[in-house]
Write a protein that binds this ligand. Structure first.
Ligand SMILES: Nc1ncnc2c1ncn2[C@@H]1O[C@H](COP(=O)(O)OP(=O)(O)OP(=O)(O)O)[C@@H](O)[C@H]1O
Ligand SMILES: [Mg+2]
Length: 448
């Protein structure tokens, strides 16, 4: 009843025999199994399910006195156990967690088997509905000469998409020229944008082409437009309106035949409202806005991207790595990725370089993600949310390391005997093994 209230479809049986029958005939995602059944030992049912229908996620419900059996059940392959009595929320929570892991496991398997077929766009990966919408938008807008403004946090793929638009346009055979709004120095700007003739000013010993000329008949990518000074904004606006420009020192104007794609990680409308960006230029640029969502808002794409880069870097390094363990992948999917796809790419590259193993496990992955918040220059949190995320991460990492070392020390001293180890450190056995589970430690590796 609790689960049906949440919208789940359920079926319940009160004997092992009819339960097994239902499982064999039906298709279930999750089995909530009591260990004490009138006709069977729940453990036998568990074994049968693990061998016949291993895709079913089994959650053991058990009374206090049988917690030991529950641990045994988890060794056989149960997903988790619910000690009785439990309340509605606990039940719903464990079921949600099981479903999430199940979905991820299936996806992980599929990805491992047939490494991802790339999207129609050569090297752009994404299946989230918002990304699919973006792909459609790009397909529609690419062949036109319309100005496109790409919004997105750092590392979300703005330049990648700008290049894709260029490649899918009829300007593809001509140049794609990228200039960065924040590095355009005002005094140099004019000759940089429009070029100059020989002798136009002191030091102009030869004529120089400006970006508008280099990009002629091609695409000009204006990165970081929010950082253009107001002076440069004015000059740019003039070219966009007149569709022509004059090289410094030249006597004639030249036609400006470029397709413009601009990108920013700022809210330009807000900058317009605050007087930091010209409204007229904003409207010239914001003809077709494209929004690239941050990675944390499309976490369904993380697994695909992770495997995409894994394949890429394995090929590059000539290594064979089978993939990620489910838990390792889960850790990557749960992470917030403040640096978005670029950060994820860097992490995977590092993992490939550092790894000797076949299947990457969570310990390895987490170790190599450490310090991830403090890697870049723009890692100082901008919002309270981010600040709290950093705090949590620092706590998790610091205490995580200590916990892990603590467990390992005790387990090593007791040769992997959990009862002994927990008694030595003065911890309840159940808490000790729960902590082990959280840190993905197995007693086996400490037995000699
Ligand atoms: N959907 C994607 N599929 C595959 N690779 C991606 C995707 N999005 C981004 N990347 C890769 O991530 C890295 C960062 O992308 P890009 O340079 O385009 O980001 P950006 O938005 O321009 O970042 P910044 O604002 O910091 O300049 C690049 O290596 C790019 O190839
Ligand atoms: Mg960029």
């Amino acid at each position: 009843m609790i689960l049906e209230d949440q919208g789940y479809q359920t079926d319940s049986r009160s004997t092992g025999k009819s339960g097994l029958q239902a499982i064999r005939q039906g298709s279930f995602d999750i089995l909530l199994l009591d260990l004490k059944l009138p006709d069977f030992d729940g453990m036998e049912i568990l074994r049968a399910v693990m061998s016949e229908k291993p895709s079913i996620c089994v959650i053991i419900m058990t009374g206090y006195s049988t917690v030991r059996n529950a641990v045994e059940a988890m060794k056989i392959g149960a997903f988790d156990y619910l000690p009785k009595p439990f309340d509605d929320d606990e039940l719903v929570l464990v079921v949600e967690r099981a479903l999430k892991l199940k979905r991820l496991t299936e996806e992980n398997l599929a990805l491992r088997e047939q490494l991802i077929d790339q999207f129609g766009f050569d090297n752009i990966v994404g299946e989230h509905p918002r990304m699919l919408e973006t792909f459609e938008q790009v397909v529609r807008v690419a062949p036109t000469d319309t100005t496109v403004l790409i919004y997105g946090e750092s590392g979300t793929g703005k330049e990648l998409f700008a290049r894709a638009i260029h490649t899918h346009s009829n300007r593809a055979a001509r140049q794609f020229v990228a200039i960065d709004g924040s590095t355009l120095a005002s005094n140099l700007l004019e000759s940089e944008l429009f070029g100059h003739v020989k002798g136009a000013f002191t030091g102009a010993v030869a004529a120089k082409k400006g970006v508008f000329e280099v990009a002629e008949n091609g695409t000009l990518f204006l990165d970081d437009v929010a950082n253009l000074s107001l002076e440069i904004q004015a000059k740019l606006l003039r070219v966009l309106e007149a569709r022509e420009y004059k090289p410094v020192g030249a006597s004639h104007t030249r036609k400006a035949n470029v397709r413009l794609i601009a990108a920013t990680n700022q809210d330009l409308q807000q900058m317009v409202d605050g007087g930091d960006f010209r409204e007229d230029l904003f409207y010239r640029l914001n003809v077709i806005p494209i929004y690239l969502p941050p990675l944390r808002e499309r976490s369904e794409d993380i697994a695909i991207l992770v495997y995409h880069f894994l394949r890429h870097f394995c090929r590059k390094a000539g290594k064979r790595i089978e993939g990620f363990s489910d838990e390792a992948l889960e850790a990557l999917v749960d992470y917030r990725w403040p640096g978005n796809v670029r950060q994820l790419r860097n992490v995977v590259e590092r993992l490939v370089i550092m790894s000797d193993g076949q299947l990457l496990d969570p310990g390895f992955v987490l170790n190599h993600m450490q310090g991830r918040y403090f890697m870049g220059g723009d890692s100082i949190p901008d919002t309270v949310d981010e600040l709290n995320a950093v705090k949590k991460q620092v706590m998790d990492e610091t205490f995580g390391r200590i916990h892990r070392a603590f467990l390992e020390k005790a387990l090593k001293a007791c040769h992997g005997n959990i009862s002994q180890a927990s008694a030595t450190v003065g911890m309840k056995r159940s808490n000790f093994s729960a902590l082990m589970k959280r840190h993905h430690l197995s007693a086996d590796s400490f037995k000699d």
